[in-house]
Design a protein around this ligand. Sequence first.
Ligand SMILES: [Zn+2]
Length: 361
Amino acid sequence: MLVAVVVLLSLLVSACNSGGVPTTPSDTVFPTTPPGNSSPVTVVPPVTGAVLSIAMPIDGADIASNAFGLLPFGYHGADHAGGGHSGWDIEYRQGAQVRAAADGVVQAIEPDIIVPGRTKVTIEHALGAHIYRTVYANLSSIREQIILGGAVVRGQPIGVAGTVTATIAATAVTYAMSHFQVDDFEIHREGVDPKAVSPEPFLNAEGRALFDRIWLRSAFAQEPTEPFISMSRDQRFPLTRTWRLDSGDGPAGLSFTRTSGVAADHGYLVLTQSGTAIESGAVTLRVLARPFATIDLVTPTGPRLGLYDIVGDQMRLALGSPGAPRPADLGAASVYRTTRPVLSERVSRHAGDTRVEGPSP
Ligand SMILES: [Zn+2]
């Protein structure tokens, strides 16, 4: 399973835009503090311009979750192990068009350097003096109306989301995806994609509703420790996340730990109410299981077989006793909650408006 997950991640990452430093126009570098566990990069840009409003770059009829649905901003895996994911990987119905998230001007049409034969389109959105760009990568073809310097409108088709084939748990999965990224030229961080910010706070109401539909069905191997839509790209490992029982008859607490950003496998602890660990072992996830992903807690005395579903800070978990069969569904699942992080590394201060690009309430 681990090998399969790594293969999947490699393919996902290879289909990602992990481009380098954007070109000007307003490529101003602001001072940052070094990344760290307790002191994430804090960037406070000057107050100018207006706030970008975006739609999801996908039509509601084109959403798909054969492989993952959506991979969030900031998560770590494979090539994103060090820098964290700079955008969203959005799964599309095969053959579906990727759509412009906002009105703008085509700033670049270029080969996707990560995936031979694929194309990356960048659209610039100038709101007064505040420059944003949205990036659409892994496109297998481009619409003829998309020309360098040409105007585009929100929802306009840009091109077809490229297909990817991966083997996951001995199952060949073919899906279409595009890496979507928002660059804010009043933001700078060191490393790859220095202007990239989470798209989440820029979504308009319709975009947010569509996003929520996609997110409800999304599953990925890192979600026990990185479950949020927007996470810190400056995460350090080992990374532990604790989930506390909210309702149900499951264990009072569970904690999951990943030893590195490359690895997708987790260790676990079963916790008492007071936080004392009373059981430990390894976690086996099968995120492609249908209709719910499976989770096995493997101890020396045998596995506990379970089903789970994580959406943001909530986990539903139906866990069997050691040696017992896997629960049939999540009907009797216990509900767990985890703490949302407060992110200080993505502070983008706009006129009359302060946006902290952490998860929304
Ligand atoms: Zn990506």
